[in-house]
Ligand binder design. Structure first.
Ligand code: HEC
Ligand code: HEC
Length: 405
């Protein structure tokens, strides 16, 4: 343990040195990039990109009907129904439900052979296709939406960058053993590093959007061609859902699918900028030092960089997201095995835009930032101890820093 603490301190020291560098980077970011309000596109779009963003926004807002393929079971009638705070593309306090059971050794067991765990909140009336959580379910997990601001920049971070951060066997003995989520991207068939979703279950916005169109809204598409409804037979499904799959068709005018439009909107959404011109600059700066000193930045890595791209919007851009995009067990896990993630693992959430969202944690169970921080355990135990050792003033400064993001 003593060795662990020593190495942890070493990493923290490296972190503090990196901080000086990061602060310089931030200064250059704010100096060169116009600050867009939440919900705006990235600055500097071409006319064609702006048109793609606008078309995408239209589809993201569109409330679908049963005739257009909504349901038979669904969680919301539009993407924006759940992604709307503090602007379209954000989050909301709506929680969706997953369920499973534990086997004799406490291991995860899916409730049916599909391995799926999602149970929808709503269904089209009187169709008998609302999945019901069976009485042998012993794990019920809730998950709240994740804001999409800056998602295109996160998508443009190379897999190698994320892989370079992982330390699955905790070789440096700092108690933190982050793991990259290796997933098969159904959109391309490629093996990729997942980075979207609480379980880092998808690598691309196209595939996540297609998954959401089917899972959240019941609209099947070329990437997810079959309805998801645990416990509903395919014969029953044919009676509930006479619309032929895939339900997401190409628009005859634009030749684009709904999933292409969602991708464009999300890819071009600007990130939330840090709070500018706050009155407590000194506290925020001291809080940033405390953040590094406690070891928070080991997982909430302040800045990553996109790879080379022919599109200047994504070409070697700094992405100040405060995440390593790795899976960690910080003692809050939801008991669900999904894609590459184990039951106890959650992907480090990005902290950019933190001041504009609540509640916190994957299940929305923390009402305040303070509570979210104090709930860290497992791999983040040393960081939480660091917080507990802080003077009240340093802790207040840490919170001031988090609230400036
Ligand atoms: C019922 C609410 C709901 C609706 C409707 C919904 N989402 Fe989500 N969204 C969520 C939740 C909950 C998560 C986190 C899911 C998880 O990780 O299991 C999420 C996560 C995401 C993410 C991952 C973001 C990240 O950075 O990790 C993307 C992308 C996304 N949604 C896109 C969409 C799109 C596109 C639509 C419409 C087709 C949509 N969502 C509709 C609730 C919703
Ligand atoms: C071992 C990696 C790790 C370390 C170290 C770590 N975190 Fe986290 N943090 C996570 C993970 C994973 C979650 C998501 C947990 C969940 O949702 O159940 C999280 C969630 C959060 C959240 C809530 C974000 C949201 O959108 O709900 C905040 C705030 C936060 N961390 C701040 C901190 C601070 C401050 C520190 C340092 C004291 C810290 N974290 C240290 C991995 C870490």
């Amino acid at each position: 343990m003593r060795q662990m603490v020593a190495i942890h301190r070493f990493r923290v020291a490296v972190g503090v040195c990196a901080l000086i560098f990061t602060t310089a980077l931030f200064t250059s970011i704010t100096a060169t990039q116009r600050v867009a309000p939440p919900g705006d596109p990235l600055p500097g779009l071409t006319v064609a990109e702006f048109e793609a963003f606008r078309l995408g926004l239209d589809d993201f807002l569109e409330v679908e009907s049963a005739e257009e393929g909504l349901g038979p079971a669904f969680n919301g009638p539009s993407c924006a129904a759940c992604h709307n705070v503090p602007a379209i593309g954000g989050m909301s306090p709506i929680a969706e439900v997953r369920a499973a059971k534990r086997g004799p050794a406490g291991e995860f067991v899916a409730l049916d052979s599909s391995g799926e765990t999602l149970f929808h909140l709503f269904s089209i009336p009187n169709h008998g296709c609302q999945p019901v959580i069976p009485d042998d379910a012993t794990v019920i997990a809730r998950r709240i939406p994740i804001p999409l601001f800056g998602a295109g920049l996160v998508e443009a971070i190379p897999d190698e960058t994320i892989l370079a951060l992982e330390d699955p066997f905790d070789r440096n003995r700092d108690g933190v053993s982050g793991r990259a989520a290796i997933v098969r991207d159904l959109g391309t068939g490629a093996t990729r590093v997942g980075r979207f979703g609480w379980k880092a279950q998808h690598a691309t916005l196209l595939t996540f959007g297609a998954d959401a169109y089917r899972n959240e809204m019941g609209i099947t598409n070329e990437i997810f061609p079959l309805e998801l409804a645990i416990g509903i037979s395919s014969a029953q499904m044919r009676r509930c859902d006479p619309i032929p799959d895939p339900e997401d068709r190409r628009d005859p005018r634009t030749r684009l699918r709904g999933i292409d439009n969602f991708e464009s909107f999300m890819r071009l959404l600007a990130p939330v900028a840090k709070l500018a011109g706050s009155t407590n600059i000194a506290d925020v700066a001291a809080g940033e030092v405390a953040f590094h000193a406690a070891g928070c930045a080991v997982c909430h890595v302040p800045v990553l960089m996109t790879g080379p791209s022919v599109n200047p919007l994504f070409d070697r851009k700094l992405v100040p997201l405060f995440s390593d995009l790795l899976l960690h067990d910080v003692g809050t896990g939801d008991g669900i095995v999904q894609a590459s993630a184990q039951a106890g693992e959650i992907r480090t959430p990005a902290l950019w835009g933190l001041r504009l969202r609540r509640p916190f944690l994957h299940d929305g169970s923390a009402a305040t930032i303070d509570e979210a921080v104090r709930r860290h355990a497992g791999e983040a135990l040393l960081a939480r101890r660091g917080v507990e050792r802080m003077t009240p003033q340093a802790y207040r400064q840490l919170l001031a820093f988090l609230k400036s993001l």
